[in-house]
Design a protein around this ligand. Structure first.
Ligand SMILES: Cc1cc2nc3c(=O)[nH]c(=O)nc-3n(C[C@H](O)[C@H](O)[C@H](O)COP(=O)(O)OP(=O)(O)OC[C@H]3O[C@@H](n4cnc5c(N)ncnc54)[C@H](O)[C@@H]3O)c2cc1C
Length: 471
């Protein structure tokens, strides 16, 4: 390490190379507490040139990197599970001026989602990607994971906002295409390839983002249902009939009760319900009539609560933190075909308790996208029998084992449930082309064809089954 450390200090200066365990500890675990690794060093570059110089040094020295933005990822991808050096991108945090003519902005990788929202709002625009970890999640992390969130039903996922990227490939080359032309058919679309590649092909250093018109008038309502199925059907109906629909979030009784208990909040409805839809409409003018007409046409709504938006949203957005208070959860973020979502929601608790009688299942999600966040508590972090059963159930119902969080480390042993061998081989060929030495995120997405070389590794490399640790 000393030789490598001095190479990094030459590039970044001593203050941006952290090696003391008390300084690096915060970079070695994930938000949920399920994944913990170790690192000999955390590097904090501030420019694209410094990132490229770090990659060149790593290639020369045979050092693998774990890339980290806000460290809010939920599949262990940002954790140095094999003792990699951590490359923290938070120092690249500039948000450029909003192009008011086209509604675009260039943001550096370390800028938070909230910083992009603020810049867009100040110029009379909005950014279409939003979710609860907005104050910490970074542009680079959202691009790397193709993050979704609360507004996908209206604006699409991160890939749909991405007009260009600047990135440092695994071979140290800087690629940059940030012009932001709305139509640009000049070859392979690298933004699409890098978006969702989870830091396995390149380090994203900046992104050109499409903004959407601001919709300052919002109305929010909470709908209570006495069964899950009518809530799922209602989300689809609202999507079809409410032009201004901006969000339709599903919750079930157990999760709402937990949030109330943990946060000391009163129940959100006058009487208990099995399922809830949090719906929001937004427009340039008051969308109340549009949403009210859509709700009036629904079957099976037992109760409608219209309240202060922030209060209603807290019931939904506090789910993840409330579940975390019960110990590190197994987080399985999945998508189901619309007509199988209700079946899945009913089936999962049965599948889980058959394997782990003391486990609890918590589910919520982005109903209109068919996206459910299945969280299981009361299971040892290293015991993945529940993960296996739930992911096989998902695949058997024609769903995706990762809706929006990515494969990371947590799910790579199940990639074959959704991807054929020839697709995985093609992924590997792309990885070899852009990251020939396999130095970027070696624990993420693909089982490694061979253990990555890493002179700095403090712990043995993960096996082909995934390399999860819980320490
Ligand atoms: C409370 C809570 C709510 C959440 N809600 C949602 C949600 O609704 N929708 C959703 O999609 N996600 C959600 N997430 C997950 C998480 O916030 C997203 O995955 C987010 O995109 C991660 O961003 P990050 O900057 O924290 O990335 P990190 O966690 O630091 O990294 C995530 C992955 O991206 C890689 N990476 C990071 N930066 C770069 C870069 N510059 N270049 C290349 N690779 C990089 C990392 O190596 C890792 O593999 C939630 C998380 C929390 C804690």
């Amino acid at each position: 390490m000393p030789g490598a450390a001095s190479a990094f200090v030459d590039i970044l200066g001593p203050d941006r190379v952290l090696t003391a365990p008390e300084d690096t500890a915060a970079f070695c675990g994930d938000w949920s507490g399920r994944f913990r690794g170790s690192t000999p060093a955390v590097l904090r570059p501030g420019t694209t040139e410094e990132v490229a110089a770090v990659v060149a040094a790593c290639r020369r020295l045979g050092i693998a990197l774990t890339l980290q933005g806000g460290n809010t990822g939920l599949v262990g991808g940002s954790v140095p599970l094999g003792g990699e050096v951590v490359l923290c991108l938070r120092g690249l945090d500039h948000v450029g001026p909003v192009d008011e003519l086209t509604g675009q902005v260039t943001a550096a990788a370390g800028a938070t989602l909230s910083a992009v929202h603020r810049a867009a709002a100040a110029a009379g625009w909005a950014y279409g990607v939003d979710f609860a970890s907005r104050d910490r999640a970074t542009v680079g992390g959202t691009v790397a994971t193709n993050a979704g969130g609360l507004r996908v039903l209206r604006h699409g996922d991160t890939r749909a906002q991405l007009l260009g990227v600047e990135a440092v490939l695994g071979d140290g080359t800087v690629v940059s295409h940030l012009g932001g032309l709305g139509k640009d058919n000049t070859g392979y679309h690298l933004p699409s390839l890098l978006c969702g590649s989870e830091g396995t092909l390149a380090i994203v250093t900046a992104a050109r983002l499409r903004l959407v018109p601001a919709t300052p008038h919002r109305v929010t309502a909470l709908l209570g249902f006495d069964a899950v199925e009518p809530a799922v059907v209602a989300a689809a109906s609202l999507r079809r009939h409410v032009r201004t629909l901006d969000a339709a979030e599903l919750m079930v009784a157990a999760g709402v009760d937990l949030v109330c208990r943990v946060r000391g909040r009163p129940p959100p409805t006058a009487r208990p319900h099995t399922a809830f839809l949090l719906v929001e409409a937004a427009d340039a003018a008051d969308p109340s009539a549009d949403l009210a007409a859509g709700i009036a046409a629904l079957a099976g709504v037992a109760e409608v609560v219209e309240g202060v938006a922030a209060d209603l949203w807290a019931y939904r957005e506090d789910h993840a933190a409330a579940v975390n208070t019960l110990g590190p959860p197994h987080k399985l973020d999945v998508t189901l075909p619309a007509d199988r979502l209700a079946t899945f929601l009913e089936e999962v608790p049965r599948v889980v308790t058959a394997l782990a009688p003391d486990a609890r299942t918590w589910m919520w999600g982005h109903a209109a996208d068919g996206n459910v966040h299945v969280n299981v508590t009361g299971v040892d972090p290293d015991d993945d029998r529940v993960d296996d059963a739930v992911l096989r159930l998902v695949a058997g119902l024609g769903g995706s084992i990762s809706a929006e969080h990515g494969i990371g480390t947590a799910k790579r042993r199940w990639l074959h449930l959704n991807r054929s061998q020839s697709e995985i081989d093609a992924f590997r060929a792309i990885k070899r082309a852009l990251d020939p030495d396999g130095i970027l995120n070696p624990n993420v997405l693909l089982p490694p064809p061979r253990p990555p070389s890493n002179l700095l590794r403090g712990t043995p490399p993960p096996g082909p089954e995934g390399g999860r640790t819980s320490s």
